[in-house]
Design a protein around this ligand. Structure first.
Ligand code: SF4
Length: 320
């Protein structure tokens, strides 16, 4: 393990049993590295497994197999009690700040809860000297601390969610579609807030989103997931300028593009249909049922994630 790595995920798999025989292949053999102080964007359509991957990393779900190394330490097999000190160091920001914040608690209590749970303070009153500066830091005020979540706008609620996640000064924050539910005008404010924290504290983010345009601005590297597997990983600008995997091209085709070269790519990508069921994923390359470039080999052999040049990784038979 390189000491510059905050998170290393090796061959991570998460399957869920449905009924007596069926298995949902939610995450299947995902590997990636997130460097300290950097952001890795994880993108893909709904149902591609990115949120399950995040929740397995943070050990909300027990992995089926594979390895999770946090700051060089293997946390894959740790029991809930053993995980407690690591949980302090890895926090999560959720998509829907309204659902994730307890409606019966004041903002002060919501932010104090992790401080008490992890023994940073003993009593709620002692937490105020940490909570008030944090509220100011996320653009709220001391006066907001006595209010309830329903009294806030969506953007303000997400600021409370960020304050709660960052109050313990974690090294790793998993941001699960943190801006998808917000108005476009608020999205940039929340993203800038996260970036400012990163510059100040060196926190690492795993940033999950369903479209590439959203992660381009925040991410140093981007991983694209399809039906439980990583199909492309690269430096952020590179993946946007030179997408290799047909699925990534299809995703780029699903957002409005001003660039004529990318607009032509959009026309060619030809991605059709919905994502197949993860209960019985297609053989070989899982994308072959929707891929306009599919050949015979694609339904027979699983393409491995390989370096197509300059560290730009893709899993596609078109690239050897
Ligand atoms: Fe398309 Fe084949 Fe590449 Fe899969 S391996 S993305 S089906 S060309």
């Amino acid at each position: 393990m390189n000491e510059q790595n905050m998170l290393e995920v090796r061959n991570l798999t998460k399957h869920f049993k449905v009924g007596s025989k069926q298995i949902v292949h939610a995450v299947d053999g995902v590997s990636f590295t997130l460097k300290k102080g950097k952001t890795l964007g994880l993108v893909g359509e709904s149902g591609c497994g990115k949120s399950t991957c995040a929740r397995t990393i943070i050990r909300m779900y027990a992995p089926t197999s594979g390895q999770i190394l946090l700051n060089g330490e293997d946390i894959t097999e740790l029991k809930q009690k053993q995980l407690k000190p690591y949980r302090k160091n890895m926090q999560m920001i959720f998509q829907d700040p309204y659902a994730s914040l307890n409606a019966r608690m004041t903002v002060r209590d919501i932010i104090a809860e992790p401080l008490i749970a992890h023994g940073v303070v003993r009593k709620k009153e002692d937490a105020n000297e940490l909570i008030y500066p944090m509220l100011e830091r996320v653009g709220l005020t001391k006066e907001h601390s006595g209010r309830y979540a329903h009294e806030f706008s969506g953007g303000q609620r997400q600021r409370v969610g960020i304050a709660r996640a960052l109050i313990l000064q974690p090294d790793l924050v998993i941001c699960d579609e943190p801006i998808s539910a917000l108005d476009v005008s608020i999205q940039a404010q929340v993203v800038n807030l996260l970036k400012d924290f990163q510059e100040e504290k060196g926190v690492s983010y795993l940033f999950i989103a369903h479209d590439l345009s959203m992660v381009r601005y925040v991410s140093d590297d981007v991983g694209v997931m399809y039906l439980g597997q990583l199909v492309e990983v690269s430096e952020s600008n590179e993946i946007y300028k030179n997408p290799l995997h047909p699925y990534t091209k299809g995703l780029l085709g699903s957002i409005p593009i001003a660039n004529p070269k990318l607009a032509r790519m959009k026309e060619k990508s030809g991605m059709e249909g919905d994502i197949p069921s993860p209960i019985d994923p297609p053989s070989g390359c899982r994308f072959h049922t929707r891929c306009p470039y599919a050949k015979d080999i694609c339904s027979q052999q699983v393409p491995q994630l390989k370096d197509a040049g300059n560290g730009h990784m893709t899993a596609c038979h078109l690239y050897g």
